[in-house]
Design a protein around this ligand. Structure first.
Ligand code: PMP
Length: 458
């Protein structure tokens, strides 16, 4: 990237260990410093504009310049900039947000625990399941089942639930008691002649066989993103969730819907659970909850779980879990204003309408020689690039085409995500029809450049 070196760039290189970055390469290329945002666009310190086709990190529903969220934060900072929720204390925005989340979420969820991040929320899920099963006199029921290519975070427990090698290799993860099932990706995992339904049945059978092999009395929970995002944007095959849910019910396994990306409209329904007909015992939300203007996540739990946890907290003396900033008043006030905007502007319906246009636009690349698969749902989609279309052959090394296209995207004013050779799109929910067209036009230019680069034998 042709960034102009300046002191800020030098100081970044000198002082920051960047997340999800090749730290050696960063010393050479330095940062792209983003200075400001406007709607779905962000601007770097040279004034160059980018369409933020990833909504930051799948998270900025209302765009990058929403004054009402700034006002909500300012109002709350003036009224009460911080207070905690330990030892029976509370604050109004947290109370109102919890009530609102319970009202809008699937019926059985009735209590909310606030954290700062999705990772902390999923660590909380693991601890809640352990605590609950100890409370119920079932100390052997502790294992959690996840899927390969799942993304549930990077802390010690959530990073163990995640099913991506880069999050575990050399971090000494996963911890004991976590199992991973096959990723429900029909294009990559489906067999010759298999229908989506037959694939879904095979995956549910695999789940049941694992439960029986481990002993159903040892399995506490099954966790899944309704639509896998960070692992490559993988919509599940038809009937997958009904079948996986049936296995959970049969063996008394708590079903955890990780809605950190799918929550608040991403699929054109309020939750991914609505979209796929999932009835979870636990739901995790974050990201679009505040449009990431403030760090905030929440774990919603069923009455059944709450009753067990509450009784145990009484026996021990307290529920010994919580963060300094659990239920932070500024974060929860921003979430309330953000949810107001999503509702008032009909952004869930807009995501459904713009999603249709996005999916059609992406599908128009299906015949391109570099494109192996186009997939997605609502306002999240992906294009998987392959070196040989007929053989679905990945590039060697994996990520060669994706990385190049990602960098060409920057040149063309487009921020996308390359997951290996899969290019992800997850724009803000406020996107308009002409913005979708502009986004895809920029992508088309970057794809053409990539085809030329690959044809040149690079
Ligand atoms: N769950 C899912 C589904 C996610 O996509 C993410 C983040 N991309 C997380 C959990 C972790 O959230 P955080 O980065 O806030 O810890």
């Amino acid at each position: 990237m042709s960034q102009i070196p300046n002191s800020l760039h030098g100081q970044d290189i000198a002082n920051i260990l960047h997340p999800y970055t090749n730290a050696v390469r960063h010393q050479e290329v330095g940062p792209i410093v983003i200075e400001r945002g406007e709607g779905i666009r962000v601007y770097d310190d040279t004034g160059k504009d980018y369409i933020e086709a990833m909504a930051g990190l799948w998270s900025v529903a209302v765009g990058f310049s929403e004054p009402r969220l700034v006002e909500a934060a300012t109002r709350q900072l003036n009224a009460l900039p911080y207070y905690h929720t330990f030892t029976h204390k509370s604050n109004e925005p947290s109370i109102r947000l919890a009530e609102r989340l319970v009202a809008m979420s699937p019926a059985r969820l009735s209590k909310v625990f606030f954290t700062n991040s999705g990772s902390e929320a999923n660590d909380t899920v693991v601890k809640l399941l352990w605590y609950y099963n100890n409370a119920m006199g079932r100390p052997e029921r502790k294992k959690i089942i996840s899927r390969r290519r799942a993304y549930h975070g990077i802390t010690v427990a959530s990073g163990s639930l995640t099913g991506l090698p880069v999050n575990q290799q050399d971090f000494d993860l996963p911890i004991a008691g976590v199992r991973h099932l096959t990723c429900p990706h029909f294009y990559r995992e489906g067999r010759e002649g298999e229908t989506e339904e037959a694939f879904a049945k095979r995956l549910a059978d695999e789940f049941e066989a694992l439960v029986l092999a481990e002993g159903p009395e040892t399995i506490a929970g099954f966790i899944g993103e309704p639509l896998m995002a960070a692992g490559g944007v993988v919509p599940p095959p038809a009937t997958y969730w009904q079948k996986m849910q049936a296995v959970c019910r049969k063996y008394g396994i708590m079903l955890v819907a990780d809605e950190v990306i799918t929550g608040f409209g991403r699929l054109g329904r309020t939750f991914g659970s609505d979209y796929y007909g999932i009835d979870p015992d636990i739901m995790v939300v974050s990201k679009q909850l505040t449009s990431s203007y403030q760090p905030l996540a929440a774990v919603l739990i069923s009455d059944e779980l709450f009753e067990g946890v509450a009784a145990n907290s009484a026996r021990i003396g307290m529920f010994g879990h919580g963060f300094t900033t659990s239920g932070h008043p500024v974060a929860t006030a921003v979430a309330l204003a953000n949810l107001d905007i999503i509702e008032e502007r009909g952004l869930v319906a807009n995501a459904a309408a713009m999603g249709e246009i996005l999916q059609k636009g992406l599908a128009s690349y299906a015949d391109h020689p570099l494109v192996g698969e186009v997939r997605g749902a609502g306002l999240i989609g992906a294009i998987e690039l392959v070196s040989d279309k007929a053989g679905k052959t990945p590039f060697d090394p994996v990520g060669k085409a994706g990385r190049y296209l990602f960098e060409r995207g920057h040149e063309h004013g487009l921020i996308i995500r390359a997951i290996g050779d899969t290019i992800a799109f997850c724009p803000p929910l406020i996107i308009t029809q002409s913005d979708v067209a502009d986004m895809l036009a920029r992508f088309g230019r970057a794809l053409d450049d990539t085809a030329t680069y690959l044809r040149a034998g690079a």
